[in-house]
Design a protein around this ligand. Structure first.
Ligand SMILES: [Zn+2]
Length: 345
């Protein structure tokens, strides 16, 4: 559906410079279902098909917005079957212990590892490797963060880095697990084997599965690690301050890109944010303009700190502290300052 929609948009534009809207395409969908050649579309739930068109519409909007901003975004691409297969129901989902009702498909058993909270709004069904997942988006009443006091002794500043995954302002370190780096030898071997298999052969298919399983494993390990680390931090603190990292910009640095993607900070920070919201705690991202590494956490004096210098020693107040720890203390102070300025206290 996505590909058909994209092709129709490209064609309409080439023929007369017209832009098809989401509503136009939904009307076309009704016609397509009647046509003999594409009658099979009728087998899928109509809202699922519409969601696909909605995704396309969104991809277009993002594209247009970025063009207007003078950027050079990539044009929406056709999707390849088998790469990231997924579909979404905007409504009509029902749950019963261990079973989920998907319109047009029926009751499907699933492993409910955790209780569903709140009202289920939409469901996305996706395949990753050989496994199928259903992601449920739920509506929750969030606790009011104003009811949690902003106190210094329940505040934590977090500095993420490559030496340590994260350094907390209480002095504790979270070691960098480097899942991808560890799995790289096995991945390379599996990929080499794959390149030697004949195209279209069954052995190739099997090897493709093996490679994707290895990738999935790395991803799961990273996710699990981020979950554990973020849950512990949110549990033990009421104020969580992190630096607003320019991860996308950093990944462009080719020397560091793999190490940075491997670290999974983006995921980690995302988790900290939503878990803090769930618990009604304060989450602050400190602006990139705050010189967290260059500033002395003791007296506020600034000095240049090249990456190779691992410890901060202040010429003004005599403080000597680990570089990342110093940064995390600054993040904490800046976070508290933001909250107090907003009247969060
Ligand atoms: Zn100082």
């Amino acid at each position: 559906m996505f590909n058909r929609g994209l092709a129709a948009r490209i064609k309409a534009y080439a023929q007369g410079g017209n832009t098809l809207s989401f509503a136009d395409q939904c009307k076309d969908l009704t016609q397509l279902k009647k046509a003999e050649e594409t009658a099979w579309l009728g087998e899928a739930h109509s809202q699922v098909l519409q969601q696909s068109l909605k995704d396309l519409d969104l991809a277009y909007r993002h594209f247009m917005r970025r063009v207007k901003m003078g950027e050079k975004p990539g044009f929406p691409r056709f999707k390849k079957k088998g790469r990231k297969d997924s579909f979404r129901y905007p409504q009509g989902i029902n749950l019963q212990h261990g079973k989920v009702f998907l319109p047009r498909i029926g009751w499907v058993r699933y492993r409910d590892s955790r209780a569903i909270e709140g009202e289920v709004l939409q469901a996305t069904v996706k395949r990753e490797g050989e496994h199928w997942f259903v992601c449920l988006a739920c509506k929750l009443e969030l606790p009011d963060p104003a009811s949690v006091a902003v106190t210094e002794n329940r505040a934590v500043g977090i500095d993420v880095g490559l030496k340590n995954f994260a350094m907390l302002s209480d002095g504790s370190e979270i070691k960098n697990p480097r899942f991808l780096t560890k799995a790289l030898a096995r991945l390379r071997k599996a990929q080499r084997r794959l390149s030697r298999k004949m195209k279209g052969s069954n052995n190739r298919k099997k090897q493709v599965m093996k490679v994707s399983r290895l990738h999935a494993r790395v991803k799961n390990c990273r996710k699990d690690f981020c979950h554990k680390a973020s849950t512990a931090i949110v549990k033990n603190h009421d104020v969580i301050a992190v630096e607003d990292l320019n991860i996308k910009g950093m990944v462009k640095n080719r020397h560091l890109s793999r190490a940075i993607s491997d670290a999974g900070w983006g995921l980690f920070i995302q988790m900290l944010k939503y878990k803090a919201e769930w618990k009604g705690k304060h989450f602050v991202q400190v602006g990139r303009f705050v010189a967290t590494s260059q500033t002395c956490s003791g007296c506020g004096e600034k000095k240049p700190m090249p990456l190779s210098v691992r410890s901060y020693s202040c010429g003004n107040c005599g403080l000597v502290v680990d570089r990342d720890w110093n940064a995390s203390l600054n993040v904490r102070a800046a976070g508290l300052a933001v909250l107090n300025a907003c009247g969060g206290a």
